[in-house]
Design a protein around this ligand. Structure first.
Ligand SMILES: Nc1nc2c(c(=O)[nH]1)N[C@H]1C(S)=C(S)[C@@H](COP(=O)(O)OP(=O)(O)OC[C@H]3O[C@@H](n4cnc5c(=O)[nH]c(N)nc54)[C@H](O)[C@@H]3O)O[C@H]1N2
Ligand SMILES: Nc1nc2c(c(=O)[nH]1)N[C@H]1C(S)=C(S)[C@@H](COP(=O)(O)OP(=O)(O)OC[C@H]3O[C@@H](n4cnc5c(=O)[nH]c(N)nc54)[C@H](O)[C@@H]3O)O[C@H]1N2
Ligand SMILES: [Mo]
Length: 759
């Protein structure tokens, strides 16, 4: 990626540093929200839209997957949700005239921020082979092009169908149905880069790859451990739940290499009291080294085992398997090794233990700080061991809480967006639709990139997202994508992936969450599943951004008709006309969705069953909850190197950049910053405010470099550094992935910092 935006690109990255903040939300957040919203939408539309966010008759916030409680506020959104809405409901437009004025080479030279700021795409556009720019194309022609390329493939497995987690249940179900009827399980999704490690660990140990707690449980917990998550920025509404828990007496431990403002103090904008004084959230901050979490939980497990009466022996006996082997491994946990791996001191761990032992109901919440490491899966398994030991699964106020990212990423997986579908799911599809779905596994994100790189995949179709922006090893990935015959992106807005294309390319504009969706049978709604397994309806209320847009379900249905032709017995036309007919099929294929249409009519929706939570039943291979005993791992750092995590600023949604500030961390006006502990910076001779290149070191010896980052002395854990994604994806090697889940290890990249020559 270019270091500096080209001449004429108004985005100038010039980071300034102000004081770090120690509280989240508050009045400043409200002001910031309204400014951003008005800039994109104007005053009237701002009010009209924001008041419908997360209401029972409104649309699901396209921000994060945090659930809504049963009692809703008039304003049930947060600062960052409002930014996500404003970004989509913007009045700015990208028309065919825009594409005429901006050839592909121009688009490819722009920053992702600039591309996103151009507004909503209004018409389908096509880049013909050898052409230098996109041109308007009819929908019929677009689907004919897709059909032509897909039919020309030697095998259906040469096609890839990617999904980003904003896609509704209905569209996701249709997409996987189409892919499987076409003949492939190549359904990579953003989850492969996100909570795949959680899914892998939880499925194996508890039998269900999802979280086991509800909002109610959080409110009732005695102890909540928030590890590897920055809710103040990424799940701001979670702060209200933590606040409520605190007011009922809960204690909170946060485990993080960075002191994150949202976890320190929350100024609840919903109450005058909150705005004035705020609530301190964290009782104990464990400033852990990147990747030290497995070691920490392992030692805590040993200490629990050594405390008489601390283990819930009835639970262990009745409901678990593998205890002896696990206990032997845990007893071997070593204090010195743990202190080295975590960077914590003994007193801190003892304090944590005291809080653990004092709690009858413990919840562990986590996000990308645990999932994006080589040893992410054993780390999360160790968290499960920790909870099992004291019977903290299937008890009110206790459980596992992987906090999901995209607003429907969990639902997409439930709908069958998965490259390794369960045989039972395929059986159900076969029964319902009468074709034989492919049984061999498909490709995940990393394997899809390799397949493109090696010429084994030729058509790439994306239902949303920004594949080349979000995936690792940017240069490798972009070169791989350019080898494709055809790339197709169903999108609301422009992004980098539209500028890095195959020989032919299509951009197909679609309705977003906020847009009204009219089909032949009338006004439609779609459904989503939140982080806690609640399914509910989402209805847009704005006139669509352009009359030429099709909904995601309509795009899949029409593509399917064009590709599969009259031989397909699937009623694609009916599905497009009336989404209730899609839900009828989901009801018969996906467990937990029985009577879907009737139950979704209930305001607020319904909760999916979760055997471990509801009845302490564990649908694993052993029929019990499984303790596991993996060797303890933590990253090793050669002399003079730092361990870099790539994370989000307060002004972005993944690769969508809202602005250049990271208010809570005190960064303004730029994103090319690297946060380094002052003591490490001192040893490395890196002055605060100097500029450095980040050079990643990986076993393949290839030099991966991100140029020109401003060094910011920052109170992160020793040996660690932090910089924003996606600018730093160029540093993450394609092959550096988590064991088992294959998730890119984008939170532990070994780097050296080289003083920029200009400095
Ligand atoms: N506004 C906004 N909301 C979002 C998103 C967004 O980009 N913007 N993205 C959405 C998506 S898809 C997702 S997945 C979630 C992401 O939500 P988060 O996981 O909160 O996102 P990150 O910014 O990646 O933050 C990772 C956190 O883990 C910490 N961390 C890093 N390494 C370690 C470690 O080894 N151990 C521990 N204990 N902590 C560590 C970091 O310091 C940071 O606080 O948010 C969702 N919500
Ligand atoms: N280095 C590094 N890399 C990471 C991460 C990290 O922490 N560090 N995090 C990873 C994670 S957790 C995730 S989830 C992935 C995210 O990967 P993706 O989900 O692929 O990326 P996004 O940036 O969320 O996608 C944004 C694009 O989605 C499109 N879009 C928005 N709304 C809609 C809609 O309603 N319909 C359609 N069809 N399109 C829409 C817009 O065109 C927008 O540009 O990135 C991963 N990559
Ligand atoms: Mo994510």
């Amino acid at each position: 990626m270019a270091t500096k935006p080209p001449e004429g690109d108004p985005v100038q990255d010039a980071p300034q540093v102000e004081g770090v903040q120690h509280a989240a939300a508050g009045l400043q957040a409200i002001g910031h929200t309204l400014r951003i919203a008005q800039r994109q939408m104007g005053m009237r539309r701002t009010a009209q839209t924001l008041l419908k966010v997360n209401q029972k008759d409104g649309f699901d916030c396209p921000g994060c997957a945090w659930p809504e409680g049963d009692k809703r506020h008039v304003a049930e959104f947060c600062e960052n949700g409002a930014k996500a809405v404003a970004e989509e409901a913007t009045l700015r437009r990208v028309t065919p005239a825009f594409f005429a004025a901006h050839p592909l080479a121009d688009l490819a030279s722009r920053s992702g921020y600039w591309l996103g700021q151009q507004g909503r795409i209004t018409e389908p556009v096509y880049l013909a082979e050898g052409a230098d720019r996109y041109e308007a194309v009819t929908w019929e022609r677009a689907f004919a092009i897709i059909a032509e390329e897909l039919r020309a493939l030697a095998s259906p497995d040469e096609a890839l169908f990617y999904t980003s987690g904003r896609t509704s249940n209905e569209a996701a179900f249709l997409l996987q149905l189409f892919a499987r009827e076409f003949g492939t399980n190549n359904l990579p999704d953003c989850s492969n880069m996100c909570h795949e490690s959680s899914g892998s660990a939880l499925t194996e140990t508890l039998g269900v790859g999802k979280g086991s707690v509800s909002l109610e449980d959080l409110h009732r917990a005695d102890l909540i451990i928030v590890a590897g998550q920055n809710p103040g920025t990424n799940h701001p509404r979670m702060l209200s739940a933590l606040e409520k828990a605190k007011h009922s007496g809960a204690r909170i431990i946060s485990v993080n290499p960075l002191p994150e403002a949202g976890l320190e103090k929350f100024r609840n904008p919903q109450t005058p009291q909150g705005l004035l004084k705020g609530t301190s959230l964290t009782d104990l901050f464990l400033q852990i080294r990147i990747g030290g979490d497995q070691a920490l939980f392992r030692l805590l497990n040993r200490l629990v085992l050594e405390t008489p009466g601390a283990v819930d022996e009835d639970f262990v006996r009745e409901h678990t398997h593998g205890y002896e082997e696990f206990a032997a491994a845990a007893r071997a946990a070593d204090w010195d090794e743990t202190l080295a791996a975590t960077g914590l001191d003994r007193a801190e761990i003892e304090r944590a233990l005291g809080m653990v032992l004092a709690s009858k109901r413990t919840i562990v919440c986590w996000a990308m700080g645990l999932t994006q490491h080589k040893h992410a899966v054993p780390t999360i398994r160790e968290v499960v061991n920790f909870l099992l030991l004291r019977g903290n699964i299937g008890r009110p106020g206790a459980g596992v809480c992987p906090v999901r990212g995209h607003s429907n990423v969990q639902g997409d997986r439930t709908m069958g967006i998965f490259e390794r579908p369960a045989p039972a799911f395929l059986d159900a599809l076969e029964r319902e639709f009468g074709f034989a779905p492919p049984r061999h596994h498909g490709l995940d994100v990393v394997r899809s990139i390799r397949a493109l790189r090696d010429g084994e995949a030729k058509v790439f179709f994306a239902m949303g997202g920004n594949f080349v922006g979000a995936t690792p090893d940017t240069e490798v990935t972009e070169a791989a994508m350019r080898r494709a015959r055809l790339t197709v992106h169903v999108s609301t807005k422009l992004n980098r992936s539209h500028a890095v294309t195959g020989a032919r390319a299509l951009v197909l504009p679609t309705l977003g969450r906020t847009d009204r969706d009219e089909q032949k049978s009338g006004r439609q709604f779609v459904t989503v599943e939140d982080s806690m397994g609640m399914v509910h309806a989402s209805r847009g209320n704005l006139p669509p951004a352009s009359p030429h847009l099709l909904s995601e379900p309509a795009i899949v249905a029409r593509m399917a008709r064009a590709v599969l032709g009259p031989e397909s017995a699937t009623p694609w036309e009916e599905f497009e006309k009336d989404y209730a007919t899609v839900r009828d099929r989901i009801a018969r294929v996906v467990p937990g969705f029985e009577d879907f249409n009737a139950r979704i009519a209930h305001p607020g929706g319904f909760t999916l069953p979760h055997a471990p939570r509801d009845e302490r039943r564990f649908p694993t291979a052993t029929g019990k909850a499984n303790f596991t005993a993996a060797p303890v791992e933590y990253p090793e750092l050669p002399e003079g190197r730092l361990l870099l995590q790539t994370l989000r600023s307060h002004d972005q949604y993944n690769t969508t950049i809202y602005g250049l500030d990271d208010r809570y961390r005190g960064i303004k006006g730029g994103r090319r910053v690297v946060l380094v502990n002052a003591a490490d910076a001192g040893e490395l001779g890196l002055a605060d405010g100097s500029y450095a290149d980040l050079v990643s070191e990986w076993t393949d010896g290839v030099e991966r470099r991100a140029r020109g980052f401003r060094v910011v002395h920052y109170p992160t854990a020793r040996g660690c550094a932090a910089a924003y994604y996606p600018e730093t994806n160029v540093l993450v090697p394609l092959d550096a992935t988590a064991d088992t889940s294959n998730t890119p290890a984008s939170k532990s990249v070994v780097v050296r910092l080289e003083q920029s020559p200009a400095d």
